[in-house]
Design a protein around this ligand. Structure first.
Ligand code: 3S6
Ligand code: CA
Ligand code: CA
Ligand code: CA
Length: 409
């Protein structure tokens, strides 16, 4: 006699017990456990129950009745048309394994979708970088994070946590340029008077060898929309850790929306020179080349520039004619002393080789000795041979009446 499930009663009984056990453990039974259990139930039925209730039973010979072997696991019921319990259980098993593989695939899909969702959520949060709610540290940080960022106004925060708004150029040479300052001459006839913040607002004097000292202090002034109407200096000037500078020459009183289009000269450095001077102009002037009357450091570096708008020829056409013999266009030159040992903070667009620096370079301290106070001010001696005459040592009117905007990247 074998224990094959040839009898409907046996097989249903076994199936019922197995199902109860399966539901107790909550999952698929192991094949061996199922076989053992099945045999035990069979024995019990054959030896005890059957003689009492059923009397004589035929031995196995015909085909098996339908045997549902997986009542607990919610899969399509498997009909055992087979011949013994092992083949049925094997079939059950392979079915379960198939479903598990399917489940694993679905789990992986869900994990992938979750990852995509969290990535999209991250982008949405970072897309607000540069807004009032999430100020960036620099235009470069914003551009690096949001590649589609456009030119315009953004909110930044200084290292100290001061929030300010400024203009970001997000397109020139891959963008990321932060407007940090502008040098504007509001009164060429006023010699180191009101508005001469990048030299001296306290007169032509040797009492203050550094003048107002704004090239190397934490003072701030102006506003982004008035960068061509007055001087600008925001916390980015001393707070941003930058590599290069970009300069724009923009006619006075140009509105913010037209800074770029109206800038007839636009150029930038590419060699990362700021990194060796502390990461910004504040550090360059504070720690390396102080703007001090009769200062002992000598001239600072002349950094090659790449033109974005304008050219060396255009620059030369705007400079004072006498200056041309003393300069090499194609640079931005920092901390340049003249014949009388007056420092000039920046020579925009050129390297100054001679001694009459005051006619082409801007910003300084508080004293220019030559016919003092005639060269004292943010634009020093750009009007030496008359206001905007473009003769001798005088600049063109356009240069005299334009602000120089400074960007960091
Ligand atoms: C080409 C004329 C040179 O003139 C000199 O430059 C003159 O002696 C000085 O008065 C003048 C100034 O130094 C210009 O800064
Ligand atoms: Ca002035
Ligand atoms: Ca000024
Ligand atoms: Ca001179």
């Amino acid at each position: 006699m074998t224990f094959s499930p040839t009898n409907t009663y046996f097989s249903r009984k076994a199936d019922q017990v197995l199902g109860e056990v399966c539901s107790l453990v909550g999952h698929k039974p192991q094949a061996r456990a199922r076989q053992t259990l099945f045999k035990m139930v069979m024995l019990l039925l054959l030896c005890v129950v059957l003689p009492l209730t059923c009397g004589h039973q035929e031995e196995s010979s015909g085909p098996a009745d339908r045997f549902v072997c997986s009542p607990v696991i919610n899969i399509p019921k498997l009909a055992c048309s087979g011949h013994d319990d092992n083949s049925c259980l094997d079939a059950c098993h392979s079915k379960i394994e198939g479903l598990e593989r399917h489940l694993d695939k679905e789990k992986k899909k869900i994990a992938d979708l979750e990852q995509r969702l969290s990535s999209l959520e991250g982008q949405r949060v970072r897309a607000g970088l540069g807004s009032a709610a999430d100020p960036g540290l620099s235009c470069k940080e914003i551009k690096d994070t949001v590649d589609s960022a456009q030119d315009g106004l953004y909110h930044l925060r200084s290292q100290e946590g001061i929030v300010y708004q400024t203009y970001c150029d997000m397109t020139t040479a891959d963008g990321g340029w932060t407007l940090v300052s502008s040098v504007h001459e509001n009164d060429m006839y006023g010699k180191c008077t009101a508005g001469d913040r990048w030299s001296s607002t306290r007169g032509s004097t040797t009492n203050y060898p550094e003048g107002d000292g704004n090239w190397a202090n934490f003072n701030t002034f102006g506003s982004v929309e008035l960068a061509t109407c007055d001087d600008l200096k925001n916390p980015g000037y001393f707070s941003i850790n930058a590599s290069d500078v970009m300069l724009w020459h923009v006619p006075n009183n140009t509105p913010l929306s037209q800074y770029k289009s109206e800038a007839y000269l636009r150029y930038y450095t590419t060699d990362g020179f700021l990194r060796q001077y502390g990461g910004n102009l504040y550090s360059l002037f504070k720690d390396h080349f102080p703007i001090v009357y009769k200062g002992a450091t000598g001239n600072g570096p002349a950094i090659p520039i790449t033109w974005d708008n304008g050219s060396e020829d255009l620059l030369k056409s705007l400079l004072a004619p006498n200056v041309l013999g003393e300069v090499t266009p194609g640079f931005v030159h920092f901390c340049v002393f003249n014949n009388e040992r007056a420092p000039h903070a920046v020579c925009p667009g050129l390297k100054y080789n001679g001694g009459n620096v005051e006619h082409a370079c801007i910003g300084g301290a508080a004293y220019w000795a030559e016919v003092a106070p005639r060269q004292c001010g943010d634009f020093a001696g750009k009007d030496w041979d008359g206001y905007g005459t473009h003769t001798g040592w005088s600049s063109s009117l356009l240069e005299l009446e334009s602000a120089v905007l400074f960007f960091y990247r």
